[in-house]
Unconditional design. Structure first.
Length: 434
């Protein structure tokens, strides 16, 4: 992340910097940058949100089919794999962030890389690979912000470009996770931001995120498309934690660490084969994801979309209708979604957060079929533990799981913390050193 340029070792006086005119000008630029970047992020999410049902539901009906055929994900993901493979191989920037590397923001990409990042993410998300929009949005936000700074000022100081690039990232994900504050924590923890200069860098980002959230709300209301924010609308009432549930927190934390380590290990090894024949292998990976979705749908009678896509918009209906899923269907969902997630990590371009949350949620609901664990506690612990194992960000994982379920989050927070800590430590022990 570019914010690391202002680390704890800086010789600048943070208090003096905060009072300076230059810092006020920096804040003004951060607020201004938040407007177009968040509008562009909203447009990207709106495009994906409109294209997904158009490709998956409307297109087969327009071609004369009675609904979406069971085999439809096969050509869908083959085309998506072809487009992503060509983009990664042929365009500058290799399509952006490599998902198998985990959630590691690396600063503002050069302008020449932005079209490739945009196209690879668009193909990944629209054609139903199992990755989310957060990593491309961070890259696009920081890249657009840094490019805007260079347009306004020739040869800007590196630190200004870095801080405003980070502010662009804040603005781009301002509402995606349900709260601008949660997006700020995500970037702060992912970048290792700390020391006496933390506030100097964090405040412009928070300002850009706040402006971005307002833009998301305004555009969502004006267009009628919504805000594309992660949210649950009908969360059952949580019960007070019990001793048995603390035991479940240990089990879920350890299970998530084992599952995530396996997903990451296999994805890294698949990636080495994909890199040898990028286009062909990405098409094959797309077909594998489609086959997993079709197999799940045929085996359970549930929609293939449970396995396809990132799971961001599926979490709310999944929790609402969780009683309609048998233990067998949930177990098959965890298996197929986890394998599809693993395959997508190896070849496509996107973020790892939402699939990790969905797999964790499905695993937590599956565990709630067993004695001693309530539905909401299992759901929240599964999300937190799987997020911690895949992202290596324990604070953000606790916040993701607890803020997502609203007022019920305070009740289950102690259980989530235990599950997250166990998952985080177990993952560190299971992962070999670099």
């Amino acid at each position: 992340m570019p914010v690391q340029t202002a680390g704890a070792g800086s010789s600048a006086d943070p208090a003096a910097l905060l009072r300076s005119r230059a810092y006020l000008a920096l804040l003004a630029m951060a607020a201004l940058i938040g407007v177009p970047v968040s509008a562009a992020a909203f447009g990207f999410l709106a495009l994906v949100g409109e294209a997904q049902p158009l490709i998956y539901s409307d297109l087969p009906e327009a071609l004369g089919f009675d609904g979406t055929p069971a085999w439809w994900p096969l050509p869908l993901l083959a085309v998506g794999g072809l487009l992503v493979g060509l983009t990664v191989q042929c365009l500058p920037g290799h399509g952006g962030h490599e998902p198998t590397a985990g959630f590691q923001p690396t600063g503002a990409p050069p302008p020449v890389a932005l079209p490739g990042i945009f196209l690879a993410a668009l193909a990944t998300l629209c054609f139903a690979a199992v990755l989310g929009p957060e990593a491309p949005l961070l890259a696009l936000g920081s890249g657009l912000a840094a490019a805007a700074v260079r347009l306004v000022r020739r040869d800007p100081p590196q630190q200004m470009t870095a801080v405003l690039g980070a502010a662009g990232s804040f603005a781009a994900v301002s509402s995606l996770l349900g709260s601008p504050l949660l997006g700020a924590f995500l970037l702060m923890e992912a970048s290792g931001l700390g020391g006496p200069m933390m506030a100097m860098v964090l405040v412009p980002g928070l300002l850009a995120a706040g402006v971005g959230a307002l833009i998301f709300v305004g555009l969502g209301s004006w267009s009628g498309l919504g805000t594309y924010s992660l949210a649950l609308n009908d969360v059952p009432e949580a019960t007070r934690p019990t001793a048995a549930e603390f035991g479940w927190a240990l089990a879920i934390g350890l299970s998530a660490a084992l599952l995530a380590t396996g997903i990451r290990w296999l994805a890294v090894r698949l990636k080495t084969h994909v890199e040898r024949r990028r286009v062909t292998a990405t098409v094959v990976v797309g077909l594998v994801v489609a086959g997993l979705a079709i197999g799940y749908a045929e085996g359970t009678g549930k929609p293939a979309t449970d396995v396809l896509y990132s799971g961001q918009t599926a979490l709310d209906p999944f929790l609402t209708h969780s009683a309609a899923y048998s233990a067998g269907a949930l177990a098959l969902l965890v298996l197929c979604k986890g394998l599809a997630y693993c395959a997508s990590l190896s070849a496509f371009r996107g973020g790892p957060i939402f699939p990790a949350m969905f797999v964790g949620a499905a695993g937590g609901i599956l565990c709630s079929h067993l004695p001693g664990l309530s539905l909401v506690a299992g759901f929240a612990m599964g999300i937190g533990a799987m997020s911690a194992a895949m992202l290596r960000l324990p604070l953000v994982s606790v916040l993701l799981a607890t803020l997502l379920i609203g007022t019920q989050g305070v009740t289950v927070m102690p259980l989530v913390i235990v599950a997250v800590v166990v998952s985080y430590v177990a993952t560190a022990r299971l992962t070999p050193p670099p």
